[in-house]
Design a protein around this ligand. Structure first.
Ligand code: FSO
Ligand code: SF4
Length: 577
């Protein structure tokens, strides 16, 4: 296997024997094969749309969901990937039949072989190839082994192969967000069309040109901006705009369910189904911002938040006395001690763990989770009594809430009481060098504010930063999940308008941590918008060669976080460097 799609990749170069995340070579091969097949399906859907105006709703939904399933820490179950690849080929056959019925033939070069396909046929051709015996996981692993990154590196060189991966990884993040929005009934035909155009592009001769690939990467950043906006609208139109809300970290006595991941729709369905059952629902990880939404906080049994960022889940889940629902990444191979309590939903999957699928109407029956919660002890009054008491945290500073205090923020900037704003956060990990981010906060002068988002917030979310001198405005404002980078961009754009300048000229610095491919999508959006001077850490992506990084440095002054010197980085950022 060879995988270097996330920050924790082995030795900073690539996981080759087994993933640091726990991904096996078998699952890696199946994921590579699924991406290969989806490139073909996306290319066919692109032809169907542009040649015949055919829009296939099942293909649209499937492509985004399948790509999302290959994102880091989403799915580790090989049998689920067998299903995905089979479904991809089935959908390919049915869409081909629609094209044939419409009397449309594909261009002669539609399946032209590209050198980086190696010994495999063009993905579009492979999908319809009948002589590949794809009966079981073993057969697919055999085929999947031919579709990995190594083949592309050998033919294209590391820089171009890495830039093709940059586009693919950006698509993984974008498709995950689009899939969350779709769960709430929000879709955008342009997004499906764009995703499939990028997949088609990756199968075309144009993908052999560095400039063309970079251009596609930035265009995918534009698509991701639309997607994050759509997801933000999906959340706010369904659950209302987030409002500042204190959240308790102290459990209460009673039966309990812990919900982790990003999918607010699942949390809502679970809150509905647990009403009146004497079960308290707690958020974990990226679900914390749920407490700020009026349409979710109204449920009295949404009882609080339990635990920290995703990488602590083996400790958090082992210490949770109830059932655990996993809606999205990041999920890790479970410990035996809680394996019988955990359930996967949507595109997530764990070998040997029950999965809850939606029915044809999209409804999910969470009875197995509820049943398990009722069997388990929950929090006993004694355990609650003994647990150390923690201070509340405040969430709910989406763009609406922050812009409602904009006049005070503007006045504070003009009077010099607010010298600088930091956007710190993104996705976190467990490596020791990530302590840089905790140290960074220690060096922030009192005359600064910090906006957080993503699971990076957990480094400081329970600390008291006080208020901006002379105001009631908290110095620490959490904007939400990693996809709420959209809210941060809305706030920055509005501030820039007031000061009659652009985002790059504001007293604002972005120091972002990245871990997986959602962060790649957000980074491509920031670059597409022309945001400069971003610090990225703790390590730059392994899939970008020094040559590729050089282009980003030259165009955007993208900087690696200086993890050895957080004080130095802070000083430079205060000087707007
Ligand atoms: Fe974190 Fe995981 Fe939201 Fe990521 S939970 S690391 S960027 O999946 O998605 O911030
Ligand atoms: Fe390694 Fe990350 Fe790939 Fe997992 S997702 S195999 S940790 S590079």
């Amino acid at each position: 296997m060879m995988c270097y799609q996330c920050e924790q990749t082995k030795g900073g170069t690539g996981c080759t024997e087994i993933g640091i995340c726990g991904k096996t070579p078998e699952v890696a091969a199946l994921q590579d094969l699924l991406i290969y097949s989806v490139k073909g399906l996306g290319s066919l859907a692109h032809h169907a749309r542009t040649l015949a105006g055919i829009e296939d709703a099942r293909v649209n939904t499937f492509v985004n969901g399948a790509i999302f399933s290959t994102l880091t820490n989403v799915n580790f179950a090989d049998d689920r990937f067998l299903e995905f690849v089979n479904e991809s080929r089935e959908l390919h056959a049915s869409l081909s039949a629609k094209l044939a019925a419409a009397g449309v033939t594909l261009p002669a070069d539609a399946t032209a072989q590209q050198p980086w396909f190696g010994s495999m046929p063009h993905p579009l051709a492979w999908n319809s190839q009948q002589d590949v015996a794809l009966g079981g996981v073993g057969d697919m692993i055999e085929v999947g082994l031919q579709t990995g990154i190594k083949a592309r590196q050998e033919v294209l060189g590391d820089t171009l192969a890495g830039l093709q991966e940059l586009l693919t990884y950006g698509l993984k993040g974008l498709c995950a967000y689009a899939h969350h929005a779709e769960a709430l009934g929000h879709t955008d035909p342009r997004v499906y069309a764009d995703v499939q155009e990028y997949l088609h592009f990756l199968c075309s001769p144009a993908a052999a040109d560095v400039g063309a690939v970079l251009d596609a990467c930035f265009r995918s950043g534009a698509t991701n901006f639309r997607v994050m906006e759509m997801l933000s609208n999906a959340h706010t139109s369904t659950f209302g705009h987030p409002v500042p809300t204190p959240v308790t970290l102290n459990p209460v006595p009673g039966k309990a369910i812990l919900v982790t991941g990003h999918d607010m729709h699942d949390l809502h369905m679970l809150l509905e189904q647990t009403q009146g059952k004497g079960i308290n629902v707690y958020t974990h990880g990226e679900m914390l911002p749920a407490h700020g939404y009026p349409g979710l906080k109204k449920y009295p049994h949404l009882a609080g938040h339990f635990g920290g960022a995703w990488y602590r889940q083996k400790i958090d889940f082992a210490g949770f006395p109830g059932a655990i629902a996993v809606t999205t990444n990041c999920v890790l191979d479970p410990l035996q001690v809680y394996k019988e309590n955990i359930f996967t939903i949507n595109e997530t999957g764990l070998a040997g763990v029950p999965h809850i699928a939606a029915d044809a109407s999209g409804h999910k029956d969470f009875s197995p989770i509820i049943q398990r919660a009722l069997e388990l002890p929950g929090f006993t009054p004694e355990a609650v009594e003994k647990a150390p008491k923690k201070r509340d945290v405040t969430v709910g500073f989406g763009h609406n809430a922050v812009l409602s205090v904009a006049p005070q923020v503007i006045e504070a900037i003009q009077s010099g009481r607010l010298e600088h704003i930091f956007l710190v956060g993104g996705c976190d990990g467990s490596e020791p060098q990530r302590k840089y981010y905790s140290k960074l906060y220690e060096h922030m002068p009192q005359s600064t504010m910090v906006l957080t988002l993503g699971c990076g917030k957990f480094r400081i979310f329970d600390q008291d930063f006080g208020t901006l001198p002379g105001t009631e405005i908290p110095r620490l404002l959490d904007m939400g999940q990693c996809n709420d980078a959209y809210s941060a961009l809305v706030v920055a754009t509005e501030l820039a308008k007031v000061f009659n300048t652009d985002v790059n000229s504001l007293p604002l610095s972005l120091d972002l941590s990245w871990f997986e491919q959602k962060a790649v999508a957000v980074l491509l959006t920031l670059l597409h918008l022309g945001v400069r001077n971003i610090r990225l850490g703790p390590r730059l992506p392994a899939f970008l060669t020094p040559e590729a990084v050089g282009v980003l440095v030259e165009k955007f002054n993208l900087m690696p976080a200086n993890v050895a010197d957080p004080a130095g980085d802070m000083k430079a950022m205060m000087a707007c460097k």
